[in-house]
Design a protein around this ligand. Structure first.
Ligand SMILES: [Mg+2]
Length: 279
């Protein structure tokens, strides 16, 4: 089956914070000659334009519409499902900007229909309290993502999931999630790329988000060992990617091998898939 598009996770797959993963720029510059590429991140703190600029700065040409962030997915979801509603936002400038670009109404005071939570470095008890009061009055709880932690400058810090959990605990409501590995962001990817799921290879460092999402939606999946998931996690979580690469730098060669030799292509059939996996 011909591969037409790549969905590439950012943090842990292309860079660590501000540090490019070795030869990720060379690999992506090669890959974009042959495939449509979308970049995917559960980080909602920046806008899509911010992430595109960051990639450009790291030597990877990128347009804003090649970025799908959990913040953009949240804004699209709210526009599609709750247009005209007012939103109480716990989140940073990137998420706020994406909501405004989709024409959503943010409420400062007064009644709110939706409480939306993304990562917020200024999260505090007062924000939690305001969110709770809206939820107790009937507002719907939505989260960009529920990643429990993230790695920043080599340190493990609380992720949006930790904030979401506190508000779920207080309100007794369960958040609807728009980012990875939700069905909503999967649909957004497929509609944006305009190809079928099995024509997409998702490349990511996280078994529980990137790879799980790919498996659930019928995409092909490649785990890179430059981020959060280790080889031993595959058995632990029972989430099995089609391919395992040491780094994204290996991907152009592996895909080229697949194209050059269709009968034993690492990407053409089940038998080939097994042979391409480094264990
Ligand atoms: Mg990642």
């Amino acid at each position: 089956m011909e591969l037409k598009a790549l969905v590439v996770d950012l943090d842990g797959s292309v860079y660590h914070g501000d540090q490019l993963i070795e030869k990720a720029d060379e690999a992506l510059n090669l890959l974009q000659k042959s495939y449509k590429i979308l970049y995917l991140t559960n980080n909602s703190t920046g806008t899509r334009a911010d992430f595109a600029r960051k990639l450009e700065h790291l030597g990877i040409p990128c347009q804003k519409d090649q970025i799908i962030s959990s913040g953009y997915a949240a804004a699209r979801y709210l526009k599609e499902q709750y247009e005209g509603s007012s939103v109480y936002l716990i989140g940073e400038h990137g998420l706020k900007q994406e909501l405004l670009e989709e024409g959503l109404h943010l409420c400062a005071t007064g009644p709110c229909d939706i409480v939306l939570i993304g990562l917020d470095n200024d999260f505090n008890y007062e924000k939690m309290n305001i969110a709770l009061s809206h939820l107790l009055k009937g507002a719907i709880l939505i989260a960009t993502n529920t990643d429990p932690v993230l790695i920043t400058k080599g340190a493990i810090v609380p992720g949006a999931g930790a904030l979401v959990a506190s508000i779920e605990a207080a309100s007794g409501k369960k958040a609807m999630v728009t980012g990875k590995p939700s069905a909503f962001i999967t649909d957004l990817i497929v509609t944006t790329l305009r190809v079928k799921p099995h024509e997409i290879l998702i490349i990511g460092d996280n078994l529980q988000t990137d790879i799980l999402m790919g498996i659930k939606s019928g995409m092909r999946t490649a785990l890179v060992l430059t981020g959060v998931s280790k080889l031993s996690d595959i058995e632990h979580f029972q989430i099995r990617p089609d391919y395992i690469f040491k780094s994204i730098a290996e991907v152009p060669l592996r895909l080229a091998e697949g194209r050059d030799n269709q009968s034993s292509s690492p990407l053409s059939d089940e038998k080939g898939r097994e042979s391409s996996v480094e264990k």
